[in-house]
Ligand binder design. Structure first.
Ligand code: URA
Length: 239
């Protein structure tokens, strides 16, 4: 049986932040199975009845999925142009999932979908340092100088990006294009496309292959799998 800290359970129910939940516990406003609990380390299980100010909290089960987003799908819950959205793929599930971050309409690859607000906030926080690995097909070929610029951190809109890892996968001189693997830790709007643009190359095709330690292994485009508890815990520890 999964045991969780009381303040975490209250935070996950959307009642208050963890810190505020701790305060509520200390103030004697929280009961577990009918008894007031003021001890901060208290752990509860899935079936414990928890109340805050006399009101039972609703404990929705939390789910996080790894989705192989196809190209030609938007990463928002609804689209004013009526295009297919990532949420459409999860319509048969009994809970409402939303994407952690975004992939562009024309980008494919690994996208996490969740109803765990705490996990989403943690991973989308600008301070979060998750490595994301992209593979881009770009016009032309990167020069050693351009590779150096990307590795040092290019400027987009006067803001300097954090250093990136760059690996050339394949060069096609006849077609004048290149496949490049780029590893970044940020998630600005169109970040990869803008990084290549800043060194004068256009992204023709883009895919995200890895997010932290997670890969698309054994999935095909348009399919998903649920993350295990261990994977979710590992994600919460990633920085
Ligand atoms: N960078 C981009 O430019 N697009 C994406 O979809 C993701 C990262």
């Amino acid at each position: 049986m999964v045991l969780e800290r009381l303040q975490k359970v209250i935070a996950e129910a959307g009642i208050a932040s963890r810190r505020k939940a701790e305060k509520m516990i200390v103030e004697g406003r929280v009961t577990v199975d009918g008894k007031v609990v003021t001890q901060l380390g208290t752990k509860v299980n899935t079936f414990s009845n928890v109340t805050v100010d006399g009101e039972p909290i609703e404990r929705e089960s939390l789910h996080t999925y790894l989705f192989y987003k196809p190209r030609g799908v938007v990463s928002t819950a609804s689209d004013d142009k009526g295009r297919k959205t990532v949420v459409d793929y999860f319509k048969n599930l009994p809970y409402r999932l939303y994407p952690i971050g975004r992939l562009d309409y024309d980008t494919s690859g690994l996208l996490l979908m969740t109803n765990d607000g705490e996990l989403a906030n943690l991973l989308m926080h600008p301070r979060n340092n998750v490595a994301k690995v992209y593979v881009a097909k770009i016009t032309g070929q990167l020069t050693p100088e351009e590779i150096g610029q990307l590795k040092n951190g290019v400027k987009i809109d006067r803001r300097r990006c954090a250093p990136a890892k760059v690996k050339i996968i394949k060069t096609d001189r006849k077609k004048n294009n290149q496949i490049v693997q780029l590893t970044i830790h940020e998630g600005q709007y169109h970040q990869v496309k803008r990084m290549f643009k800043s060194v004068n190359h256009q992204v023709k095709k883009l895919a995200r292959e890895k997010y932290a330690f997670l890969t698309l292994a054994s999935l095909v485009s348009g399919k998903y799998r649920e993350l295990t508890h261990e994977e979710v815990d590992r994600l919460k520890d990633v920085d």
